[in-house]
Ligand binder design. Sequence first.
Ligand code: C6P
Length: 413
Amino acid sequence: MTRITKPALDVVSIRSDFPILEQEVHGKPLVYLDNAATSQKPRPVIDAISRFYANTNANVHRGVHTLSVRSTELYEGAREKSRAFVNAAEAAEIVFVRGTTEAINLVANSFGAARVRAGDEVVISAMEHHSNIVPWQMLCQRSGAKLRVIPIDRHGEIKLDEYRKLLNERTRIVAVSHVSNSLGTVNPVDEIISLAHERGVPVLIDGAQAVPHFRVDVRALDADFYAFSGHKMFGPTGAGVLYARKSLLESLPPYQGGGDMIASVTFEKTTYNVLPHRFEAGTPDIAAVVGLGAAIDYVHALGYDAIESYENELVAYAVDALSRVPGVTLVGTPTHRVGVVSFTVEGVHPHDAGMILDHEGIAIRAGHHCTQPVMDFFEVPATNRASFAFYNTRAEVDRLVAALAKVREVFGS
Ligand code: C6P
């Protein structure tokens, strides 16, 4: 008889990989619940970066000398890891960028210049991060196109019926988040993509808050563009990925000009490098890309099945515990949620709550989370946001809940 064992995470041992988690803040053990802003980095990632600078540092794609060859191997090795990570067909479809913001700006500029004209329409959703609003707004201002916004409901979910109605012969691109950073909603991106494709419209998915929590397969999704940041998935700041379908990428003009993106340059004419280098002008953040490769290895070693089942339980526990705290109201109650729980505390501004929690050693984010339209929709100036990673524990949720009692005590609410 085969026994199916539930994948488990050894969280005590995982936590020992993250040196930063060992410290105290204001005399209390740190509870880090701001993972959606940036995650912490495990020792193998920190070591990969310092090893790179200690042993290998040289520019990529430029030198015949040994260090440059090694550096290029590490950099291109990370590209192959990134390809496998999202199951892209070819490494040429992986463009290294600084992060999700740069990835979206790249597409809005390059795809925008090639394909978006006055009278055309760009569709986004009402729960987008500013990074997936402003670049499209700027494109619309430049081109005379119109920004159309899919509304959300009171649970914080996209209204698919309204989305269907927005798609038309003028739609040039759809850009939506896989997971909302302020509500935690997991959007039905497969359906969003297939509805757009029925009309021949390409789709960009902002995966910044997805890849830290579950496996993404760009081919199974049939995504045209998929963007994510390394620093939210246990890698360093400074390196992220734009996945772009090769046939699309081939048809797009370069985003920035400079070294490494060219094949030949004269004062009369420049010809461009092959993919993906055509979209990587200038010296990249090589060490960060190497660190991203190490982060991918780390996540693979834990396994997404184990990560998902652990986090699902943890976040369900947090939702339940927080919703029982008197005076606490959850903002966003989606059916399918990962990573994030936003809430308000009656009579207490989120910034004040955030400061008191900090004194208890608890790091959460308080603010609009770069999603001001979401705050407007829920008619709140800001929220408190606890965001989780696989190294967080139920005991930390309990600490948060206990500290919220203190918040209410201080404010007499
Ligand atoms: N959200 C947060 O605290 P960058 O800054 O380029 O790595 O990622 C931008 C970005 C894009 N999309 C989503 C869904 C995001 O959550 C973020 C970053 C952080 O929620 C910082 S504002």
